[in-house]
Design a binder for this molecule. Structure first.
Ligand SMILES: CC(C)(COP(=O)(O)OP(=O)(O)OC[C@H]1O[C@@H](n2cnc3c(N)ncnc32)[C@H](O)[C@@H]1OP(=O)(O)O)[C@@H](O)C(=O)NCCC(=O)NCCS
Length: 202
């Protein structure tokens, strides 16, 4: 992961609040989110936050090729050398009553590229949803992971769910720290050695 450079903000504005404060305030976490979902990162780049679409398959697969083996293991909880077509299709063709998936699209390049994904799967019987979040390495540490997670929490609240939860590898310090900052509880996942289950009551 990239370390955040210890520099004053180029804009001269106050530095963004830390993760927990941003979350508590329900404030935009990656700079400014304008109407229409445009996210301005503090290093001057721009992404579009929108729902995933069926025709995002190629962008998702290109995004996968830019991930490190470590990122892949942290996201999928096991090693994968490629994102097979059927799986990519499945990930882009969600079932809206039970799934939400937000993507951060970089429209400054052609073709547009996917820089981040956050998704939930609702378990109606448990009145909860399992989440996952991914931000491409070159876009890390800008608040985008927190932004995606905040949007997923908002979506779970909108659905009237009581809990959002996820599995995180115990060695995945960035994600555990992000969740800690955002007020998630953590406990060992008894069914998955080396893994924590993190959850937030809504
Ligand atoms: C974990 C991940 C989503 C974080 O995304 P991100 O956009 O870099 O995170 P943010 O910039 O929103 O960070 C928010 C907070 O998380 C914590 N954090 C994030 N990266 C960190 C790191 N490398 N080291 C320590 N803390 C970190 C910090 O508390 C940070 O707040 P701060 O910047 O105010 O200090 C990203 O690293 C990733 O995609 N990893 C691979 C996939 C994965 O692990 N997914 C999780 C499985 S569900």
């Amino acid at each position: 992961m990239l370390a955040r450079p210890s520099m004053p903000p180029a804009s001269g504005r106050s530095p963004p609040p830390r993760g927990s404060e941003r979350f508590a305030q329900r404030a935009p976490v990656a700079g400014i989110v304008k109407q229409g979902g445009v996210v301005h990162t503090r290093d001057g780049r721009c992404l579009l936050l929108r729902d995933i679409r069926a025709n995002d398959v190629a962008a998702l697969q290109r995004c996968f090729t830019r991930l490190s083996p470590q990122d892949i293991r942290r996201r999928f909880l096991h090693a994968m050398s490629e994102l097979p077509d059927p799986m990519a299709q499945r990930l882009c063709n969600i079932n809206p009553p039970l799934e939400t998936a937000f993507v951060l699209m970089d429209e400054s390049v052609e073709p547009e590229e996917m820089r981040g994904v956050g998704r939930i799967y609702v378990d109606e019987s448990a009145d909860s949803a399992e989440f996952s979040v991914l931000v491409e390495h070159d876009w890390a540490r800008l608040g985008l992971g927190a932004l995606l997670l905040q949007r997923l929490v908002d979506d779970c609240r909108r659905r009237g769910l009581h809990e959002i939860w996820g599995y995180v590898l115990m060695e995945n310090r960035p994600m555990l720290e992000l969740c800690r900052e955002l007020g998630f509880q953590r406990r060992p996942a008894t069914d998955e050695p080396g893994t924590a289950q993190i959850s937030l009551k809504l």
